[in-house]
Design a protein around this ligand. Sequence first.
Ligand SMILES: *Cc1c(COP(=O)(O)O)cnc(C)c1O
Length: 381
Amino acid sequence: MTSLDSLPLRADLRGATPYGAPMIDVPVRLNVNENAFDVPEVVVRAIGERIAEAAGALNRYPDREFAQLRERLAGYLTGVLAAEGSEQTISPAMVWAANGSNEVLLHILQAFGGPGRTALGFVPSYSMHPLVAQASGASFIAVERDAGFGIDAETAAAAVAEHDPDVVFLCTPNNPTGNSTPLEVVEAVYAAARGIVIVDEAYAEFADEGFRSALSLLPGRERLVVSRTMSKAFAFAGARVGYAAADPAFVDALRLVRMPYHLSALTQAAAIAALDHTADLLAGVRALVAQRRRMAAALEGLGFEVVDSDANFVLFRGARDPRALWQGLVDAGVLVRDVGLPGCLRVNAGTEEETTAFLTAVTALVGQERQTTQTTDRSAG
Ligand SMILES: *Cc1c(COP(=O)(O)O)cnc(C)c1O
């Protein structure tokens, strides 16, 4: 069999590992931050109608500028600002969309990163940020977050000034830790940066009251871009729709690197139908936040340290053997994520039943572990 090493692969991709969340078929899957709720029936019907309409014209290329979708997304983002009490608006010219926000990020890195350039991120954070940077040919500089996974404005600005990257990633609420970064930090990082600043707000809709979107910082900051996705809060991961807002000139730069007609007519139709039913799709968000709180409280009750989360998942620390705990949960039919942080596992808020299944399994496993250690301690003593 041919191995990767025998192919004339780009030198900078040698030894790299692909994104690889395990796909294991168990009853309760709480590992890739999906929305636990199925798409509501009324939305399923609306998508079906729109897709049927689009299907008759599939002999033609789709609207390359996805004008209708950009208009809907601009309206949604303007609503986000209004909910924060702002009168600012996001115009369709400020909006970009692609096949998942991963592709939005790739477009940004292709335009502003690339060979010989650098991207900087505050780790631990989303594992795709370095991969997307490297895929564009840029190298990735990892700056450590503090012990509580926070980012301090002064330290972050100093790191940016020191490394002078072409692109900075800020992820808030952050994956895999769940905590948010205050807007003062975004402002400080932007002020210190010469390059592009990406604020990845994939989980913003799950955040508590005090959260403020970086959308409000866009006016006058032409190097700032806020990326979002329909994959999480909108329960639309399978459709692959991500989007971003930035200065219209920034959006023009992305047109230089995208493949023509990158958003299929079917994707555009499905996304527009979904955005016609924003309230129905977002109806599950508060229920998931309630389950996240329930999960966090129960895990703390079991003696774990839980990072304050504004997302649809929590990171908990203090597992003696996270790998064994992960396997024990899989054996009990519950899939969570080992994100590779010492003593930590990440778990998504599920439906009430899924959350109960996880909590029941983790309680039993922790109980077994304590019993084993006590027995070992006794026999050793
Ligand atoms: C899930 C996620 C995304 C989005 O992915 P899509 O490509 O839109 O499905 C982006 N950023 C972060 C931090 C994520 O966790």
